[in-house]
Write a protein that binds this ligand. Sequence first.
Ligand code: TNX
Length: 527
Amino acid sequence: MRRLRLPILLLCTALLASLPQGTAAADGPAPPAAGPRPLDQVIPAPASVRPGGDPYTIGGRTVIRVPAGSAEARRVGSYLAGLLRPSTGHPLPLTTRPGADGIRLRLGGPEELGEEGYRLHASPRSVEIRARTASGLFHGVQTLRQLLPARVEARRKQPGPWRVAGGTVTDVPRYAYRGAMLDVARHFFTVEQVKRYIDQLALYKINTLHLHLTDDQGWRIAIDSWPRLATHGGSTEVGGGPGGHYTKDDYREIVRHAAARHMTVVPEIDMPGHTNAALASYPELNCDGVAPPLYTGIEVGFSSLCVPLETTYDFVDDVVREIAELTPGPYLHIGGDEAHRTGEEDYARFMERAQRIVAEHGKTVVGWHQITGAEPAEGAIAQYWGTAGREEGVAEAARNGTRLILSPADRAYLDMKYDETTPLGLSWAGHVEVRQSYDWDPGAHIEGVPGDAVLGVEAPLWTETVENGDHIEFMAFPRLPGIAELGWSPASAHDWEDYRTRLAAQGPRWELMGIDYWRSPQVPWTD
Ligand code: TNX
């Protein structure tokens, strides 16, 4: 017995010492060990921080006050309680009774806070989060979460204190669209895996989940009017595994889970290329009437819907209608990339009709930036995935009103290897280390694009080599928070040295969340 005690004690001390108390960086002065985390030490960096006054401490008598009469705001309060109760061990009851103490979520505030902004004010009496919308409250809650010690992420009771530094954070996003894309076509991911990723994205104020639902290797969503798309087209994946597809109820569950985290789902049906799974499911979609075999390799650009065939547009109309019905959000992504088997004129013809069909079903078109080679519909959004930063066609479309989502492959692609040792991923756009993915400005990235044409940023995760949840996390972390910061924080907050220190402090949080991340040598991890 006696001999065991010392090692256990040492282990506990080491464990406690490894928990972040502030933001000690390898190359910066460490704040006092017991001090609360400074208000600016969160990701994305807040737009404005005014530190001052004594901290707030969450304790056994803390209540969470939510506004009466807003079910949405109350749900944000419940979400916060669900985060804090297991690790703090405090009851944290929700109440609509007004009062000056506790954690106070309040609706209202200056117009400048907009649709998603919030103001967090901490003093010894309370932490108040104010916003004009429940989404703003939700983002404020993510800031509060990051201001607490990393061990708040543990699902069992941890030692306090649970302090929030005194002062005020006033925060609004730079861009309205802050996305992450998951390719569920090359490899299929279960509803639970997608929900877990949504939970992780929410921590960084990502507000859009783009699901790449169809590709050559798999069709992943049930379409009632064309059932074989899912049952046959979804029956395998890269490498020949069993694949799978979402029933409509599965998909609704993903949309619901995302909405509860103030995230909109953008479904993508990739057309006219990347359609082998559909062509394999229905011979009548092929120009020669012959269905090709299912495909489990990773080549791109070899398939195309048959542009002259009228059946093609019946198919597009049915699919878009059924997908639009499942989609509360405004956008429907129609792909349009790498249609190497579709002639230029056919491509323009197809895109013109496909865009019209999307509009008829009440949605706004998003397409990969190749759609700027056709005539983009009014209000269309193009997603740039090039590597050159020069793309005259894209710039011209932007000057003519097409809005852009930026996902430059050599910066934002989460499927690129970090370096030559990365066991997963591709490298056609080069290696993308943490600094490379963070250190660029979406507002000035493509020559000749007016800054206000940029709707936002997105980090796509293609899954040719990504087979399970651990793989998703290893490729997304630590790059995803950098793209999230580019989407949220003002350009004036951009600073690699400061960012990498803040990023380092996320490591212990990820460990407690069970996230297996790449320990990039560019980041001064604290343990
Ligand atoms: C290009 S980017 C693709 C995908 C691949 C990806 C792999 C784009 C619109 N198309 O089909 O999965 O590269 O990095």
